[in-house]
Design a protein around this ligand. Structure first.
Ligand code: GN1
Ligand code: MG
Length: 352
């Protein structure tokens, strides 16, 4: 049996009539749509090279589902379906961990942000997720990816790649390497945050790209999905990745960097949407670093892509020679444009 079929057979479904189609999204996990005559599901394979402890994911999702059903029963939450033997995931030897979720009826996802309203809705939903869980003891969540957004460690890994990595690639990346080193103050601010008691650890999604929000027919946000990286974190991770992925009309794969820009009205929408749910939770010290969030996440992504390029693409893989070099250059171009507009963006949210 093929691994996918074997995984589906673990569930209480008539597998004969299932139509399984791949849904292309992330770089890390694989996702399929699974349908029969009456029902639709989402099947996902968790990349266990990256997530070494998939049981921690299942555990976290269950804790959150239980909390929300008790305290926020109206919140729509797509919990994974249990297998016939009551497991949250099915392990297929030689392949990995699979899980099945119900497809939320009348929902759709989008892959690019083309209207400020979409940025607003997504930011509102990610803010709501954290805010609804503000009474949940965040320490109960297990860390599904240790040091995922630990910028200090990411910087060290980048320095290691400079020592041990592909020498030719290191020589060719001189300018990008210099930019990363010249902007190390972004790492230093992160380290100040770690030592600042006003920065709170909250339930944080850590992957706030637009395709992780379900929208309804009227393009209102329904709920957030893909909860693998939900763990204790700082708000800068969620707001920062929204800035990284919603502000520019061109995404991280774009080779023509002249298409990368910062759209101010989208920035304002992220602020308004997020604050509509989080204004009572973020304190002034945190708010002061709202724009820093974007710099933090873009810089970290640039660094990760570049380090991976220098390490011969062992983490992200590459569909063409130099893909991670292009991605790193793209993120650096985005960061430069954000820095150019920083004062203007500050003025947009100053009165709020
Ligand atoms: C990965 O899984 P996916 O593709 O949404 C990565 C993120 C990066 C992103 C860049 C577990 O996310 O941190 O921001 O690629 N996730 C992991 O596209 O490494
Ligand atoms: Mg993800």
């Amino acid at each position: 049996m093929k691994p996918k079929v074997e995984a589906l057979a673990a569930y209480d479904l008539p597998i004969e009539n299932l139509v399984v189609e791949p849904i292309s999204t992330g770089l890390i996990n694989s996702t399929w749509s699974v349908k029969n005559y009456h029902q639709s599901f989402i099947l996902q394979k968790v990349n266990d090279n990256v997530f070494k402890n998939p049981a921690a994911i299942a555990n976290n999702i269950k804790l959150i589902a239980d909390y929300l059903s008790k305290h926020q029963s109206r919140y729509l939450f797509a919990s994974p379906i249990q297998t016939k033997s009551g497991e949250e995931m099915k392990y297929i030897k030689g392949s990995g961990y699979y899980r099945l979720m119900p497809f939320v009826e009348n929902s759709h996802t989008i892959t690019t942000v083309e209207k400020p309203q979409q940025a607003y809705e997504a930011a509102r939903k990610f803010g709501e997720f954290t805010s609804l869980l503000s009474g949940f003891a965040v320490g109960k969540l297990q860390t599904t990816l240790p040091d995922f957004h630990n910028l200090t460690l990411r910087y060290q890994q980048f320095l290691e790649a400079l020592e041990k990595g592909n020498q030719t690639r290191i020589r060719e990346s001189k300018e990008l390497i210099k930019f990363i080193k010249d902007n190390k103050d972004i790492v230093e601010i992160y380290e100040e945050i770690l030592n600042d008691p006003s920065f709170k650890l909250r339930v944080t999604h850590h992957d706030t790209k637009i395709s992780n929000v379900l929208f309804d027919e009227n393009n209102k946000g329904l709920c957030v999905i893909d909860l693998d990286t939900v763990m204790p974190g700082y708000f800068i991770s969620d707001v920062g990745d929204m800035m990284r992925t919603y502000l520019s009309p061109a995404n991280e794969e774009e080779k023509d960097f002249s298409k990368i820009e910062i759209r101010e009205e989208y920035f304002k929408s992220i602020w308004e949407g997020y604050m509509s749910e989080m204004k009572d939770q973020l304190n002034p010290e945190e708010r002061r670093l709202f724009i820093y969030s974007g710099k933090f996440m873009i810089y970290m992504q640039a660094l990760r892509f570049l380090a991976d390029h220098l390490n011969n693409d062992t983490y992200y893989g590459a569909r063409y020679e130099g893909q991670n070099f292009v991605r790193a250059g793209n993120q650096i171009a985005l960061l430069k444009r954000l820095i150019e507009k920083e004062e203007l963006l500050k003025s947009l949210i100053k009165r709020n």
